[in-house]
Design a protein around this ligand. Structure first.
Ligand code: G6P
Length: 592
């Protein structure tokens, strides 16, 4: 959700570098975008509504400048218009700024500034920050005025600021991602919301923490702790992501590339430092109340976790969506353990849940993909899933890796981490068969059959009930077909009224104690005319169409979601949707 990219260094095609960087951040979701670049005595701003791809060639791609910044905006405050797009600037473009996050007290500050004569042309909170910096600039230096403005901002933010007469970039963050890439030529820096955006140039990074600011000039860089008002030192870290891992390669879309990577990503997830798994397992056992918390797909993974802990570790853990977690605040104590699940580590609702928990002294564990994320940085313990960059909005490889980690933890709580690991290794090797083209061709037959249906349903029981819910999300996100998941047993309490002739119903039938019951639910649906698509290790009589999955026992949620991911992708392509960037959705939801 929103992307920031900025460049300062010896290269003279900064605007072009920024456009390319913004394109690499497209996966985050956006509806408008803009660039600003410095000329000798001015800052030029260009803004557009729509896709960057459509506007690749513009004056900005040819402009000569060594200092530029850009932004892709996902509208929150104010509609999707050029005026509301970033960069935002003061009247004479003295201060120009891009911003991610939400400036919660902006209305109050806006009123104060209006009284002082400031005029606003957009509806954004961002424009207010530009004017606030300008106002402080009447008394202070550029650096001081940015710092003073930041101190007034309530909420989460990541900002990059330029000033007309200064060859400098000021950048700061709190609760919103922002990473500095250190270029190979001396004094070259990239600032971006995510590492893949500048990976082509460098794998050396500096992570800004909350309430920290960087002042980057043509020949110098310094870091400040905003709260303590003092200069600090920051380390340069070399990361081991390569360019290929964040590019599509020979694949038509990131989504299918990421689905196909799952054998490897699962193996990487399983190869955890045994110490951290044991440590977290111990914390789970010692805790008085454990909460699994996540949003969207990561939330569904948390729900799977609830079943896995019950089944494998005989332990009751609670699940809550990030946005709902606050409702449990009265049950939180110093003995509570919170396990957050998130691909990006930047989801606002989960971060807010952590804030709520921290106030009560709760210990936080996070299971994240982006190790540099805010969530990882504010957690007491971190289990990285190591899936590599996930760029398609619809999560696939991160999902199965997160389920793998929860499976491992559940086994570790029962003293059987080795058994869990072995089971997961076997599962990883078995899913290889599901990732070959022949398997995809088989699923394509059903994709072609159902591509024009209005609604479809998914049923599951036990740990495959949350997988039915996740299946529905996957299908909704990219195919835009109405899809809903139900617990098999709930069908006859309402949803079965929705079944008519040929309504597709996917039944997730694992070879476990729920098998008989979910098959019986499928039979009830079939009796009402439903068309049953069975996802199961064995072909059952009730199936009209069978998608075979390996029989892997406790890891059935992992193998069952893969064919649905493939089906969702194929439906998106058949319906001419963009599977990587579905309408109205963002990869990382950084606002509440
Ligand atoms: C968005 C994404 C989903 C993701 C959810 C949570 O809605 O489109 O794919 O599951 O956010 O994101 P997180 O990064 O916390 O896993």
């Amino acid at each position: 959700m929103c992307g920031i990219f900025a460049y300062i260094g010896p290269k003279t095609n900064a605007p072009k570098i920024v456009i390319e960087g913004l394109k690499k951040l497209e996966y985050r979701g956006y509806d408008s975008w803009g660039v600003a670049y410095k000329t000798t005595d001015d800052i030029v701003i260009n803004k557009k509504v729509g896709k960057i791809e459509e506007m690749k060639e513009g004056p900005w791609t040819k402009a000569k400048s060594s200092l530029a910044m850009g932004h892709s905006r996902w509208a929150t405050h104010g509609g999707v218009t050029e005026k509301n797009a970033h960069p935002q600037a003061t009247e004479n473009r003295d201060i120009v700024l891009v911003h991610n996050g939400i400036f919660e007290n902006y209305l109050e500050v806006k009123k104060q500034l209006q009284k002082k004569g400031h005029k606003f042309i957009s509806q954004t909170d961002t424009e207010v920050i530009a004017h606030l910096i300008e106002e402080y600039g009447k008394k202070f230096s550029f650096e001081e005025s940015v710092k003073s403005a930041i101190k007034k901002i309530e909420g989460r933010y990541a900002i990059v600021v330029l000033k007309k007469n200064e060859n400098k970039i000021m950048t700061a963050r709190k609760g919103s991602p922002l990473i500095i890439g250190v270029g190979t030529p001396k004094n070259e820096y990239f600032i971006a919301s995510d590492i893949p955006a500048f990976l082509k140039y460098t794998n050396k990074v500096i992570y800004l923490d909350d309430d920290q600011m960087a002042v980057i000039g043509e020949k110098s860089i310094k870091f400040l702790d905003i709260k303590k008002d003092k200069e600090i030192k920051k380390r340069i870290i070399k990361i081991d992501w390569n360019v290929e891992s964040s590019e599509k390669g020979d694949f038509p879309h990131f989504m299918i590339k990421e689905i196909t990577e799952q054998k490897d990503t699962l193996t990487k997830a399983i190869n955890q430092d045994p110490e951290i798994i044991e440590k977290v397992a111990q914390a789970i056992k010692n805790a008085y109340g454990v909460y699994l918390v996540g949003c969207g797909t990561a939330g569904k993974v948390g729900m799977v976790g609830e079943y896995l802990f019950a089944e494998i570790a005989k332990k009751h853990v609670n699940f809550a969506f990030g946005s709902e977690f606050g409702n449990y605040k009265d049950f939180l104590t110093k003995k509570t353990l919170m396990i957050c699940i998130s691909q990006s580590g930047e989801t606002a609702d989960t971060l807010e849940a952590i804030e709520t928990a921290k106030k009560k002294g709760v210990k936080i564990v996070s299971i994240v993909n982006v190790e540099s994320s805010t969530m990882a940085r504010i957690s007491d313990m971190v289990i990285p899933i190591k899936a590599g960059p996930e760029k398609a909005v619809a999560s696939t490889k991160a999902t199965t890796s997160q389920i793998a980690i929860l499976t491992l933890l559940a086994y570790a709580c029962d003293g059987g981490v080795k058994i869990g690991k072995q089971l997961l290794i076997t599962t990883a090797s078995q899913i290889n068969d599901m990732l070959n083209p022949r398997y995809g061709e088989h699923i394509m037959k059903i994709a072609k059959k159902i591509k024009n249906v209005e609604s479809m349903y998914i049923i599951g029981r036990g740990k495959n009930y949350p997988i039915a819910l996740e299946s529905a999300i996957k299908l909704q996100e990219v195919s835009y077909i109405h899809a809903e998941g139900f617990a098999g047993g709930e069908l006859k309490h309402g949803p079965i009224a929705l079944i008519s002739k040929n309504t597709p119903v996917i039944a997730l039938v694992a070879n476990d104690e729920n098998k008989k019951d979910v098959l019986s639910n499928a039979t009830e649906v079939k009796a009402r005319g439903g068309y049953i698509i069975g996802v199961s290790p064995e072909k059952e009589e009730v199936f009209d169409f069978w998608i075979r999955v390996p029989d892997t026992g406790s890891t059935s949620p992992i193998v069952n979601i893969i064919p649905i991911q493939i089906l969702a992708y194929q439906l998106a392509v058949l319906r001419k949707n963009d599977p990587d960037k579905p309408r109205n959705l963002a990869k990382s939801v950084t606002v509440k």
